[in-house]
Write a protein that binds this ligand. Structure first.
Ligand code: GLU
Length: 594
């Protein structure tokens, strides 16, 4: 008997590859689900079109890397507020042949013309107000997404970039129906988008926020991708696209009735020519018999999760009452954040004590600061990774305020057992708000991830701007191995809450034994070394025992939007997205379980 679900997925896959575009099946509603299980490869991403494009590439024999590039390109069309070639990201990869995890740092870089005063207004000597900086060319770093795709395909691809851009070109040409989620993101940016002609033209057609169901086309982006398909990435990093982008950064296409005066952008075509991705060794900690691999600096994600896990391993969370275990989770996160803020920055510019911070003895010394009954005052001070690892009570530390903004994370696996965990972003929802005229993509405002002024008191701040430097990220694409084989791939958007979302999912799955679907859907709380813990309402509703320990919560409707894969010992894949957050996300497998 035919399996209707499998037929639906195949139909959708063929639709994206164009084979069925003219048949009545093309009008059928696309399957959408936050959960799928089966074999042969999987994709979890924010949008149905992107997930389908990835599955279609896998079905044609593409590797996980091939499929991930197709997914990323389609997301540029269908999830344009979160990611695209105007942004950057971090790619974590498990290679089934070598059985190794490796990573690509595709973070944006500050322009050659930048220095520590990048965000200081020369007229006042004061930092630009954050609201002014984020909607300006000044915040735009040299994008790294396209170079990351290219590097990943060089290492792990079977298909050429030009083939893998075709699904995105088709979706951009034909259009896709506007979802409530994307409409909400456009609406929340309406005032910013009106400031720039090119942005209003693309996202406010006819001068208004489009209605749900409107077919959204992006012919300029289709042409940009065609140009890249024809001439390779050099058209972006050294050719006409670089020229157009640098011009848009230096002289944003302000509307006649614009009400903002953005600080001038510094990016030049030379910055594009100089841009390089970096192959980095992943971070690694072992946690309760699992090997947890993450992204090393310039992201703080892998190290901060690693430090927190090293502390948590000292406690038997699984046998504690749940509120006691969550108390330890929040406190370990708080202490890890103190170290993150003090020590982590771009390792080309600051000496990050990576090995020392990830030592088990250091984690043990930090863990002994956790009072099982009472909350530690926050901000807590960082530890001393160079000193003897003894338990000394922390003096107060310095807080580093960080807004939660947004991004996207997706995961892909293939039939050969390769796995991709890729977090990519243009930083805020809608990035800098600047669409490159006639090019159809938004530019990032990633440089606002630098600290505008020193945050660490008398100690050096590792995250101040400098020419060519990568701003510290929180992106935490993660791959967990069990007995040397993939067990989990996970990550999330959400600014500095990304780290806690990944940590909480790992604790939910590994310590609390929740199935992955529950581990992802469970209510979240994010403690980042501040006096209050941001938490989702459902978490707060059950948090009376934590409040009794002294935790104070600030509600936030949603934290993150995770995408995860779990691989069973028998080769089955559970592909898990968000059933509710971000208006549901989209999981699919190549051969669904009947
Ligand atoms: N810019 C953020 C980071 O690199 C990611 C975007 C977000 O805030 O979600 O940490």
């Amino acid at each position: 008997m035919r399996n209707p679900r499998r037929t639906a997925v195949l139909t959708a896959a063929l639709l994206v590859t164009g084979v069925l575009a003219a048949t009545p099946a093309a009008a059928a509603p696309a399957p959408s689900s936050a959960y799928a299980t089966g074999w042969g490869g999987a994709v979890v991403s924010d949008t149905v079109e992107a997930t389908q494009a990835g599955i279609a590439v896998l079905r044609r024999g593409g590797t996980a890397a091939d499929a991930a590039v197709a997914v990323g390109a389609v997301l540029n069309v269908t999830d344009p507020m979160m990611t695209g070639i105007g942004g950057g990201g971090y790619w974590v990869h498990y290679d089934a042949r070598t059985r190794k995890v490796s990573t690509i740092d595709g973070r944006e870089t500050a322009p050659r013309a930048a220095d520590q005063n990048l965000f200081i207004d020369p007229a006042t000597g004061q930092p630009y107000p954050f609201d002014q900086a984020v909607t300006s060319g000044r915040s735009v770093g040299t994008p790294g997404v396209l170079a990351t795709w290219e590097r990943a395909l060089d290492k792990w691809g079977r298909f050429d970039l030009d083939e893998l851009l075709q699904p995105a070109i088709r979706v951009a040409d034909r259009g896709f129906p506007l979802t409530p989620t994307l409409r909400g993101q456009i609406a929340s940016n309406e005032a910013r988008f009106r400031q720039f002609d090119s942005t209003a033209e693309l996202f406010l057609p006819g001068g208004a926020v489009p209605e749900v169901g409107t077919i959204m086309r992006n012919p300029d982006l289709a042409d940009t991708f065609r140009e890249i398909a024809r001439h390779g990435t050099r058209s972006f990093y050294g050719g006409p696209i670089a020229r157009d982008t640098a011009a848009a950064v230096q002289n944003p296409p302000l509307a006649d009735d614009a009400t903002i005066t953005p600080p001038k952008g510094l990016l030049s075509t030379r910055d594009f020519k100089d841009y390089r991705t970096i192959d980095r060794k992943p971070t690694h900690v072992s946690y309760r018999g699992y090997d947890v691999y993450g992204m090393a600096p310039s992201s703080s994600g892998g190290m901060t999760v690693g430090m927190a896990l090293n502390s948590l391993e000292r406690f038997n969370l699984g046998s504690m009452p749940r509120d006691a275990a969550l108390h330890h989770y929040l406190e370990a996160s708080k202490l890890a954040y103190a170290d993150r803020n003090r020590y982590i920055g771009d390792p080309a510019f600051v000496d990050v004590p990576q090995r020392e911070l990830l030592k088990e003895s250091y984690g043990r010394a930090r863990a002994c600061l956790i009072d099982p009954i009472r909350v530690l005052p926050a901000p807590a001070a960082p530890g001393n990774p160079h000193g003897p690892n003894v338990c000394t009570p922390p003096p107060p530390g310095a807080a580093t305020p960080e807004p939660e903004v947004h991004t996207t994370h997706f995961v892909v696996s293939d039939a050969r057992g390769n796995v991709v965990s890729f977090t990519n972003t243009i930083e805020m929802v809608g990035g800098s708000g600047i669409v490159v005229p006639d090019r159809g993509f938004l530019l990032n405002n990633e440089l606002t991830d630098f600290n505008f002024t020193p945050t660490q008191g008398n100690a050096p701040d590792p995250n101040l701007p400098a020419a060519g430097k990568r701003p510290r990220s929180s992106m935490t694409p993660t791959i967990v191995l069990r007995d040397g084989k993939p067990f989990l791939a996970v990550g999330s958007p959400g600014g500095s809450t990304i780290i806690t979302t990944v940590l909480q999912i790992l604790v939910n799955r590994i310590d609390f034994g929740m199935p992955l679907t529950e581990a992802v859907a469970a209510p979240r709380a994010s403690q980042r070394n501040s006096p209050t813990t941001v938490a989702e309402p459902a978490f707060i509703a059950a948090a009376a025992p934590l409040t009794a320990r002294g935790h104070v919560f600030t509600p936030q409707t949603e934290i993150g939007a995770a995408a995860a894969l779990e691989f069973t010992k028998h080769g089955q894949i559970h592909a898990v997205g968000e059933p509710v957050r971000r208006g549901t996300t989209h999981a699919a497998v190549v051969f669904p379980h009947p």
